[in-house]
Design a protein around this ligand. Structure first.
Ligand code: AMP
Length: 393
C-alpha cells in the first residue's frame, strides 16, 4: 500500500536540477530567529544524497502563516542562512505561502503556481512529511509533471508510522495524552483496532473518567464526548486510566507557581473547584510498567501540564519508561516530541516523528494526500507517456 518511489528510482542525476519540497517551518524566537533547526537537519540526508549524485538542488518550504502575499516577518532568510551552513550549495526558494497559488482552492490559480514552481527542474522530491497531510500545490502538483520520489525522511516516517498497523512486536501499546479527546478521536478509533491496550493521561483522561462515573471537578472535560468515551470503555480493548491524580486548588494558576493555590495528590475523583493537572505518582508507575512490558509503544501527547514543573512528573515518568523499555518506541510529533526533548530522552527513541498532524493522520487513515500524489505520479510515469502525464494535470 505504501509503495512510494524512492530517490534511487529517479535514475542518473548528474547535472539535473531537482526541486525538493521540505518542511522548514521551524519554531522561531520573537525576533524571527531560528529557535530549533531540527527540521532543517532532518532533511540533510536527502539534500546531501542528491548533491553527491551531481544534482543541482533547489529546496522550497512554507514558513508560518503569511496571508498569501510577501511578508518580511515570514521571510525564509534566516532559514536560508542556516541551510547555507549545513548544506552549502543548496538553493532555497522564498516562502511558498507568499503566493496565493500554494493554498488556493481555485484550480487555475494552483495550476499556474505549479507551472512556475516546476519550471527549469528535471525531477521533484517530497521530503516534507510534516506538510504531506495537506493537499497544497507544492505537495500534490509537481508529481503530476515531473519524475518524483519520496525523500529519506518521508520514506522513514511512512515506514515506521505506516508499519505500526502490522506491528509484529506485541503487545502494542498506545500512550495518549494532550488536551482534547475531540482532536484525537479519529486516531483513537483507528488505534483501538490495532493495539493490545490504550493508556490515557493528559487532560483528555477527564472525559474518560467522567464517562466511568468519576468526579472531575474543574478539570478540562469535553461533555459532548462523554458518551463516545463510554462506548470506547465498554469495547474489548483494555483502556488504562489513571487511578490517582495531581490537582491544583482554587486560586492556582497554570504556569505560575507564585500565584498561590494548593497542589495535592488526589484519587480518581477530583474535588469541586480543583483541576486535575497531571497523572499521580501511582498511575505514573503503573503506566511505566505497561511501557516496560510492551513490544511496541506509540506515545502521543503529554500526561499533564508538563510545561509547569509542578505538573511534569507523569510525563517525565512516561519519558523515562520510553527511554528504558526494550520495546520499539515511536513518539508522535508536536507536543510529544517537545516533551521527549524537554526530558532529554528524544535520542533514546527508535523514532521521533517530525510531523504532528501528519503523523496522526497517517496512523488514522493509512495514507496522506502527499503520498497518494507520489504514487499516482509514479503510476503515470510507468506508462512512459509523457504527454499523457502533462494532459493529466
Ligand atoms: P495536545 O496539543 O493536544 O497534545 O495537548 C498538549 C497540551 O495539553 C500541553 O500543552 C499540556 O500542557 C496540555 N495538558 C496536558 N494535560 C493537561 C491537563 N491535565 N490539564 C490541562 N492541560 C493539559
Amino acid at each position: 500500500m505504501h509503495q512510494l518511489p524512492s530517490l534511487e528510482d529517479l535514475g542518473p542525476l548528474q547535472d539535473r536540477s531537482v526541486l525538493v519540497r521540505v518542511d522548514f517551518n521551524v519554531p522561531r524566537t520573537a525576533d524571527g530567529l531560528i529557535a530549533d533547526d531540527l527540521r532543517i537537519r532532518a532533511a540533510l540526508p536527502t539534500l546531501r544524497w542528491l548533491q553527491r549524485k551531481g544534482a543541482a538542488v533547489t529546496a522550497c518550504t512554507h514558513l508560518g502563516r503569511p496571508q498569501s502575499r510577501p511578508d518580511p516577518r515570514h521571510s525564509v532568510d534566516p532559514v536560508r542562512q542556516r541551510l547555507a551552513e549545513l548544506a552549502p550549495g543548496v538553493e532555497l526558494l522564498e516562502n511558498l505561502r507568499f503566493d496565493p497559488g500554494e493554498t488556493a482552492d481555485d484550480p487555475a490559480l494552483v495550476e499556474r503556481f505549479v507551472e512556475r514552481l516546476v519550471a527549469g527542474h528535471d525531477a521533484y522530491v517530497n521530503d516534507a512529511f510534516g506538510a504531506s497531510h495537506r493537499a497544497h500545490a507544492s505537495i500534490v502538483g509537481p508529481p503530476q509533471r515531473l519524475p518524483s520520489a519520496a525523500g529519506r525522511l518521508l520514506a522513514r516516517e511512512v515506514e515506521v508510522l505506516g508499519g505500526l498497523r502490522d506491528s509484529s512486536r506485541r503487545p502494542f501499546v498506545a500512550v495518549l495524552g494532550g488536551a482534547k479527546v475531540s482532536d484525537k478521536l479519529g486516531v483513537i478509533d483507528a488505534l483501538i483496532q490495532m493495539v493490545d491496550s490504550l493508556v490515557i493521561g493528559g487532560a483528555m483522561c477527564f472525559t474518560f473518567l467522567k464517562a466511568r462515573g468519576n468526579r472531575v471537578g474543574a478539570s478540562l472535560c469535553e461533555d459532548s464526548m462523554v458518551e463516545r468515551c463510554r462506548q470506547l470503555l465498554d469495547g474489548s480493548t483494555p483502556i488504562h486510566l489513571p487511578y490517582d491524580l495531581t490537582a491544583l486548588g482554587p486560586g492556582g494558576v497554570l504556569g505560575d507557581p507564585n500565584a498561590g493555590g494548593d497542589v495535592r495528590q488526589v484519587g480518581a475523583d477530583v474535588p469541586d473547584g480543583w483541576m486535575g493537572t497531571d497523572i499521580g505518582p501511582g498511575s505514573a508507575a503503573e503506566f511505566g510498567d505497561v511501557i516496560y512490558e510492551a513490544g511496541t509503544v506509540l506515545w502521543n501527547g503529554p500526561m499533564g501540564v508538563f510545561e509547569d514543573p509542578r505538573f511534569g512528573g507523569g510525563t517525565g515518568a512516561v519519558a523515562a519508561a520510553m527511554a528504558e523499555t526494550r520495546a520499539f518506541t515511536v513518539v508522535g510529533g508536536g507536543d510529544s516530541a517537545a516533551a521527549a526533548r524537554h526530558f532529554g530522552v528524544d535520542r533514546e527513541m527508535d523514532h521521533v516523528s517530525t510531523g504532528g498532524g501528519a503523523s496522526l493522520e497517517l496512523i488514522e487513515k493509512g495514507d496522506l494526500p502527499g503520498l497518494a500524489a507520489l504514487r499516482r505520479g509514479n503510476a503515470t510515469g510507468d506508462e512512459g507517456d509523457k504527454e499523457g502525464r502533462a494532459d493529466a494535470t
